[in-house]
Design a protein around this ligand. Structure first.
Ligand SMILES: *Cc1c(COP(=O)(O)O)cnc(C)c1O
Length: 240
């Protein structure tokens, strides 16, 4: 395990080419908005991909990895080499908080104060801590999880004494769109909400996790510091 095996050589080559292309596109988007491309971190979302893909991505120097289901993360990342920072990016049910507390370093998708409290309790029991983001449902989609923008300030206040959680910023999942320009306003709104909250709380919120394979350039132009990429790095997921 964790050796790049010879049969994954072609996967390695493909991912290497994709990664170079992604980095080029990050650089273009960053320069458009006068940002340093090094301020953008790639979170490699490996849901639906096997361990050989994780190994290849790790061998290519990626360090932030994301999964959206606890069980899949446990199957793929336990054990894992030092240096990998594992992110939960999907909805976390409260009854999975105990398992999640044992494996994730970052939870990007905190979507209720009750979940935050339970995660904090479970982390405490394990002597662990986690960086967290609050997920915001900017577009108000009924199908999506996340706080409404108006709820975030009071959520931050209520979470203040949860000492195993370190709040780093905000995350959003933009609606599906044929043209990424159609969701630019979503990213812009998350960035301005972050600015507003920083001022109101006096707390630094440096992280904006926004942008996926189809819209990450627009997200970077609007200030994304973490972009969550699956298909842009690894190609299409196999159905099932
Ligand atoms: C799957 C997933 C991603 C990555 O999606 P791609 O379209 O493959 O880049 C990013 N964020 C979340 C929350 C996801 O569930």
């Amino acid at each position: 395990m964790w050796e790049v095996r010879s049969h994954s050589g072609s996967a390695l080559e493909l991912i290497s080419e994709n990664l170079a292309r992604v980095r080029q596109r990050i650089a273009e988007a960053a320069s458009k908005s006068g940002r340093n491309p090094d301020s953008v971190e790639i979170v490699a979302v490996t849901k639906g991909f096997g361990i050989s893909v994780v190994e290849a991505a790790h061998a290519l120097g990626l360090r932030y990895f994301g999964e959206n289901r606890v069980q899949e993360a446990l199957a793929k990342y336990l054990p894992r080499p030092p240096g990998i920072v594992l992110h939960m990016v999907g909805h976390l049910q409260r009854n999975k908080a105990k398992l999640a507390a044992g494996i994730f370093d970052v939870v990007e998708s905190l979507d209720s104060v009750a979940l935050a409290a339970e995660l904090n309790r479970r982390l405490g029991q394990l002597g662990r801590e986690a960086d967290v983001l609050l997920e915001v449902n900017i577009a108000g989609e009924a199908s999506k999880y996340g706080f409404e923008p108006e709820q975030v300030y009071s959520a931050i206040k209520e979470m203040e004494n949860l000492e195993c959680l370190h709040l780093r910023g905000l995350m959003t999942v933009a609606p599906m769109a044929a043209d990424p320009e159609d969701v630019r306003w979503v990213f812009r709104r998350l960035a301005s909400l972050r600015d507003e909250l920083q001022e109101r709380t006096g707390t630094a919120l440096p992280v904006l996790s926004m942008g996926m394979s189809d819209d990450f350039q627009v997200a970077v132009e609007e200030g994304a510091t973490w972009i969550r990429l699956g298909r842009a790095l690894f190609g299409p997921r196999q159905p099932g």
